[in-house]
Design a protein around this ligand. Structure first.
Ligand code: BGP
Length: 476
């Protein structure tokens, strides 16, 4: 039955990731993660991934916004906004500092007990991502990250440790954040943060093998998780970016289809437990499928997900003038401007209709509940003399997206579990490493040089979102 508004129990909330806000990178026995070796970028200068932590470099994730020390204050602010859920991740290196230990680190486990208890006191459901861009650095150095089948066991140990420990506190889980990011296999950040692979000579072959291992790891985690608590809802998490054809030229349409197929491969395997035909044929043709066992095939089938979680920020448009559909090009090389869309200060297109399109496309493809676990606008905020922060651009972005979401739910029959806008409190940007690219309803006093009091304050959007939740989306 099609609802006439957002369903009762809809999970309104906000999303963050451990490495972008917790800070305290060496507290409570935490080990060094991939995120800890990523420097701050600058305008037009990408983040560098250094070989270990080097002296004299600026690593913004080391301190984040010190959520580790401020979580009680921050959760109280989320509660004041009326959050029903809070999406965060568990830093793998707090639980297994090096990744290959057999026994977990109690101090790390205790931190998340305290955090989840704090949320539950306010009736806020934790929604937890297991791996959000922060594999233990030791696993990268010693094992080559997910390029090595052994890392599946380490991940599984981490996942089952978390499932067991938090089985009565956490119901909603996701196995890997934006697992499809690495389809952009010439981008160091996209590959390293997902799989821990250092880029080498045949990035594409290495990416397909590592991603296969991650998908097997995810399926095993789903299987084990369900044994621990059959009520768990364990989902995929993809970065949904629809690629549109630049024109009605069939060559453009075919190119867009092929790029979308390649990205959907990840969620297809998560949801169907098998490879789509096109990708199978491609890997065969390129000789990329070196280690794929009959047992893997069974595991993938047995460990399919309960829902599709996804982030949505923008759409992209591609032209066949820049590349041919039969020879894989990095999608980035085929991208052209979309004359119908405006862009953010960071060049990301703003496309609310693309979100309704996506909700329909994912529903058609998977017939599973969906969860929008990231959406938002990165922008520079101005603090007025009286301390107020007026951010109508953020409200405008979120409102337009929510209007489209509402149509998908009320007119198109989409089964949507919840909505957690990204960076509900300002955090270190994943892509740039800077604080100045802000998404929050809550402002944090810290600048790109790491200076500031870390004081929290409510932006205008805080009060807007509070009312959205209060009216269950009737007033946007
Ligand atoms: C997604 C990630 C987040 C996040 C967000 C915004 O890709 O899952 O970790 O940060 O994008 O990106 P950015 O911080 O680069 O603006």
């Amino acid at each position: 039955m099609v609802a006439n508004s957002f369903p009762e129990g809809f999970l309104w909330g906000g999303a963050v990731a451990a490495h972008q806000l917790e800070g305290a990178w060496q507290s409570g026995g935490k080990g060094v993660s991939v995120a800890d070796v990523m420097t701050a970028g600058a305008h037009g200068v990408p983040r560098e991934i250094t070989d270990g932590v080097l002296p004299g470099k600026n690593y913004p994730n080391h301190d984040g916004i010190d959520f580790y020390g401020h979580y009680k204050e921050d959760v109280a602010l989320f509660a004041e906004m009326g959050f029903k859920c809070f999406r965060t991740s568990i830093a793998w290196t707090r639980i297994f500092p090096n990744g290959d230990e057999t026994e977990p680190n109690e101090a790390g486990l205790k931190f998340y007990d305290d955090l989840f208890d704090e949320c539950l006191e306010y009736g806020i459901e934790p929604v937890v991502t297991l791996a959000h861009f922060e594999m233990p650095w030791h696993l990268v150095e010693e094992y080559g990250g997910f390029g090595n089948r052994k890392v599946i066991d380490f991940y599984l140990n981490f996942a089952t440790t978390c499932f067991k420990r938090y089985q009565d506190k956490v119901k909603y889980w996701m196995t890997f954040n934006e697992i499809d990011n690495q389809a952009d296999f010439n981008n160091d950040f996209a590959v390293m943060t997902n799989s821990g692979l250092k880029l080498g000579d045949n990035n594409e072959a290495a990416m397909y093998q590592a991603a296969h291992y991650e998908l097997v790891a995810s399926a095993l985690a789903v299987k084990e998780g369900k044994k621990i608590n059959p009520d768990f809802m364990i989902g995929a998490m993809i970065n949904y970016t629809p690629f549109y054809p630049a024109t009605s030229d069939p060559a453009d349409i075919l190119l867009a289809q092929r790029i979308n197929q390649r990205r959907f491969w990840f969620s297809d395997v998560h949801a169907w437990g098998e490879y789509p035909k096109e990708v199978e044929a491609y890997l065969e043709r390129k000789g990329f499928r070196s280690d794929f066992t009959a047992e893997d095939q069974v595991v993938l089938k047995e460990g399919t997900v309960d829902y599709i979680g996804f982030s949505y920020y923008q759409s992209m448009t591609v032209s066949a003038k820049n590349g041919d559909a039969d020879h894989l090009i990095s999608p980035a090389d085929a991208v052209v401007d979309n004359p119908y869309l405006e862009t953010s200060d960071w060049g990301w297109s703003v496309d609310p209709i693309g979100l309704r399109y996506g909700l329909n496309e994912l529903t058609d493809r998977y017939h599973l509940p969906l969860f929008i676990v990231e959406n938002g606008l990165g922008a520079v905020d101005q603090v007025e003399e009286d301390g107020s922060i007026h951010d109508p651009y953020r409200v405008d972005y979120l409102r337009k997206h929510l209007e489209e979401v509402k149509k998908a739910v009320t007119l198109d029959g989409v089964d949507l579990m919840g909505y957690t806008p990204w960076g509900c409190i300002d955090v270190v940007s994943a892509g740039t490493g800077q604080m100045s690219k802000r998404y929050g309803f809550i402002y944090v006093d810290k600048d790109d040089e790491g200076k500031g009091t870390l004081a929290r304050s409510r932006k205008d959007s805080f009060f807007w979102y509070q009312n959205v939740i209060k009216t269950n989306g009737a007033e946007l």
